[in-house]
Design a binder for this molecule. Sequence first.
Ligand SMILES: [Mg+2]
Length: 171
Amino acid sequence: MLFKPNMYQKNIYDINYDKLKKQKIKVLIFDLDNTLALIDEEKCPQKSKELIKKLKKDFDIYIISNNEKERIKPYQEELKIKAVAKARKPFTKGLKQIKKEGYKKEEMVMIGDQLVTDILSGNLFSIKTIWTDPLGQKDLKITRFNRWLERRILAYYKRKNILKKGVYYEQ
Ligand SMILES: [Mg+2]
């Protein structure tokens, strides 16, 4: 099941990171838009800033975004983390790049709000994936087709009892 995440939580603040630590996860890879921040937030929101600061004690943190370098730069600088821009998820080159920094696949987790980019890229790369609901209602224009596709996948998964929007789970 290419689009099925290992975990599904309402947002990044609800994820049980202690559990990930126990599962020997070393690197958390976040999507940016609608995962870490709203699409029109030019700077990192306080809540995400505090979370990342806390998580940095236990994990290495990366951002992988399909968005431009200019969009990601303020986050990268403020949070002092590494990032991959224009990653073209669901392609896995960004994840490959991070793995090369010295991680095993079982130590990596991809976290994001889109099944057809974030979750698919993680699943194609055979790492753990965590899906979240989008932080805001507003999406980037480029995301509209992805959401349409996502709704169709979700309708199928719901019918097959695989995954249901709003029914969160851990693994
Ligand atoms: Mg996103």
